[in-house]
Write a new protein. Sequence first.
Length: 238
Amino acid sequence: MQIIQQIYKALYKEYGPQGWWPLIDYKGNNPTKTGSIKGYHPGDYNLPETQNQRFEICIGSILTQNTGWVNTERALTNLKKLHSLAPTPLMILQDDELKLAIKPTGYFNQKAKKIRGFTEFYITLNDRTPTREELLSIWGIGKETADSILLYAFKIPTFVIDAYTRRIFSNLGLIEKNAEYDKIKSLFENNLKPNLIVYQEYHALIVEHAKRHYSKKTEHILCPLYQKFVKWANFLII
DNA sequence: AACCAGGACGTGA
DNA sequence: TCACGTCATGGT
C-alpha cells in the first residue's frame, strides 16, 4: 500500500515538521507562563534529553486523554510550579494538591489515580524502557497512551493511533469506520519502515490535518487528501 | 448554550 | 465482543 507513504509525503509537504512531543520544560520556554503553546520543537529529534523531559511526556500523555492540549499544558505548568513534575516529588505531593494542579484537564479524580499508578511503575523502571504490555497493564494506560509514551518518551518506533487517524483514514476508505486499534496500527506499520522520525511526524501530521479539516462540523469530503488519493472521488463528489 | 477535545474503564447484554 | 454510560474542565 504505497498510499500510506504517499499520504505521509503529502502531509509533510503541506505542514512540515511538527515538533512533537511538545515540552513546557524546554530551552527558551518559560514554564511559569500558562497557555503559551511554545513547547513544539520542529526539526529537533534529540528530545527528550533529560529524565525530567521524558517524565513530562509520560504525564502529559495521560493528562491529554480526551482533552485539548492547552488545558494539558496548564496542568503541566501547575505541576512544574510545584516542582512536582518529576517522579519522586510527584509521589510526595498530597492528593488534594495533585488534583488541584491537574484540574484544568478534567477527570481529575481518575487522572490523579492514573498518574500515581504510572509514576509508581515508572520509578521501578530505573531507566529501563518499558514494554507495551507492561504499560497496558497499568490502570489508566490504554493503547494510545502506551504507544505515545513509547514513541515520544522512549523513542521506540511504534505507531500511535487516535480518533483523528480513524476519522481521516476511514473517510479515505482505507479502513473501516469501527476498525480495531491494533488493526489500524498494523496498516501503518506494515507499510512503513520502522523509522522513528517518520512515526513521530506522521502521527503529529495526522492530528494537524484533522484539526484543520476534520472537526466534527466540517464536511470531510472537502479534505484535500480526498481529491488527491481517492480514485473514485469524482464519483462521490457531485 | 450545546458541543467537543491528541481516551480509558466498567457494566450489562 | 459490542454498545453505552461515566468521568469533568475550558474553549468555541
